[in-house]
Design a protein around this ligand. Sequence first.
Ligand SMILES: Nc1ncnc2c1ncn2[C@@H]1O[C@H](COP(=O)(O)OP(=O)(O)OP(=O)(O)O)[C@@H](O)[C@H]1O
Ligand SMILES: [Mg+2]
Length: 507
Amino acid sequence: MTKASSHIGEVIIEARDIVKRFGGALAVENVSLAVREGEIHAVVGENGAGKSTLMRILAGIIEQDSGQVVMNGTVLETGAKNSLDAGIALVHQELSLVPEMTVAENIMLGYAPTRVGFTKSQELNAIATSALDEIGVSVDVNERISRLSVALRQFVEIARAVARKPKVLILDEPTATLTPAETDYLLDMLQRLAKNGMAIIYISHRIPEVFRICDSVTIVRDGQRVMESSIEKTTPEQIVDQMVGRELKLDLQTKRTAAAGDVVLSAQGIRAPGVEGIDLEVRAGEIVGLGGLVGAGRTELVRAIIGADNRTAGRVTITREGKTVALTSYQSAVRNGVAYVPEERRTDGLALGMTVAENITLTNRKELSRYGVQTRSKIAKFSQDLADKVGLRPPEIRQEAGQYSGGNQQKIVIAKWLGRRPDFIVLDEPTRGVDVGAKAEIHRLVKELADAGTAVLVVSSDLPELLELSDVIHVVRDGKITGTLHGAEANEKSVMSLAAGEKMVDA
Ligand SMILES: Nc1ncnc2c1ncn2[C@@H]1O[C@H](COP(=O)(O)OP(=O)(O)OP(=O)(O)O)[C@@H](O)[C@H]1O
Ligand SMILES: [Mg+2]
């Protein structure tokens, strides 16, 4: 850990006693924060702690109820334009680019709109190109965003913020969708920007990242600041304890002992766009992991298996209680006890305008009666139990799903499918954006499900998670399985070398 603090200067941005309510609920309660030039300051906390809300206030996107944002000693008027003019740029938690527009158009979106003739494409391209150069990412500025990988989109988001030449750069969970190599690249880049004097506010659920690049950390819990410290003076354990407000026992190395049963899911010769002929089986009580880099074809594979996307070749069967059925469509899969937790929770997984209880029970009506749960009060209890199990915060099952923070929305999707007690479940990046405490809970639930006899298929780019959950790992590269690792054969190195192949990846 090399941390030269010599380049850290004066306090440039301050939040003073910020308060923000949504309806009756306090999202941010008297939080103060000060960040210096050249400093990377982490803001960490559980899902729903108020991190994104505070950042949106700093960026002038939403208005605080009370308190002040101060730049260089001057109190800022609220408003996104004022924050941007003062040199504050925010990279949002959810990607905010316009897919149909080009890289250059997105980077320049809303940029200096008052200058007549500014949209001349040459000039536009030049500024976009120099922002991309500054972060060292090469991508054709005339390419449409919809044609780029998720990782490249994330880097374009960052270029868009950097093009504003900000004095304060705020990144809200920028590494959630990145592979380890891409994450390394991003972290190095942020350190470089900080060395040149930029103040950076960095939000992440990954504590090792915080220790690698940050100089200081602010911890928020239930909307309040509970701790502020330089990185040298704290430890990962202390940060996690402060985040959750209790001592958290992360039993991260519990391996399951239950032996796998009969084959439940069999997929043979699967071909689909991005999938080049894959065979795989998942047994009752077994957790099979799919490792690989983002873009390797894992999501395409699982979608082709369950029929969410069309297969061009191959056969999928599910066997339950001695009876084998061929799965020909997504509807037939769901009818036959298949559950799917998709990667894109906001678009595929949730009805944002409906309540948590409705989201959980919608898919569960039939199952509920199977377990004798029919009355309104039993249904409410069923939803509440599941919401509690996944650690939804606040545990208000009558609140709209769309009002929950990013990580909590993911928990609702998980709860909704866990409640079905499926025969076969596919989980694609199940804990992306989920905080450490809830992540451990979700891992426990997935293992419980397997122990109860469900066949589980997990896609995860989070290596510790993949290793923690899987009984066996298939590594996918370029739409093919390049290796299968059992038990002790599986470790970060063996998975990564199969995933990356000969050539190492560029960010
Ligand atoms: N538009 C809104 N309407 C109602 N409540 C909201 C709204 N936005 C946020 N909240 C609530 O404010 C609280 C803080 O949410 P916030 O998004 O700031 O959390 P977070 O710390 O960023 O969490 P995560 O790690 O999941 O991203 C949550 O309880 C959330 O439900
Ligand atoms: Mg957030």
